[in-house]
Design a protein around this ligand. Sequence first.
Ligand SMILES: [Zn+2]
Ligand SMILES: [Zn+2]
Length: 183
Amino acid sequence: MVACWYDPTTSFQIQGIFGFAFSESFHRYYWVERWKKGGGGVIKEAEKSFSDFLEKKDLKLTSQRRTILHQAIHANGHFSAEKLLEFSKKADRTISKATVYRTLVLLKESKVLEEQDFGDGKKLYERAQGRKHHDHFICVRCGKIIEFENDHIEKLQDAEASHHHFKVVYHSLKLFGFCKNCS
Ligand SMILES: [Zn+2]
Ligand SMILES: [Zn+2]
């Protein structure tokens, strides 16, 4: 996975530098590019597992839930509940805050999204389904998040766990510091 240097959560900073218009059009561009690279397949996959999950709970993939799901997948990266609300409202004005928050819980439960706490107590979400495990570098100054995968680190963690007779269920490695722009 390539390091995601553009992240919706840092859009504030980008907006501050380049103005809102740039940030907006760049976001659109990013979506379209992702879509061309098979984003449509990702959406279909996510829709399928989300609707399967909802069915087990006797719930339906309503048009609002579908819109929120689409926005979450399109947001691509690490985004807050507030951002998802903002994107969802842009797509459908009738979507309420309560619906977004309740759908977010369902998306988390269904494992389509993963919730992450990146240190400041603020929860961010990212797509989990259909993605390989990865860990994160977090810039403590600008909030930029860089993803990485390292098999060597993964194996070291496994070896350490078995040394302690510890069965790891999941892990999330986060390294805090300063990004290239901030150091
Ligand atoms: Zn930074
Ligand atoms: Zn991530």
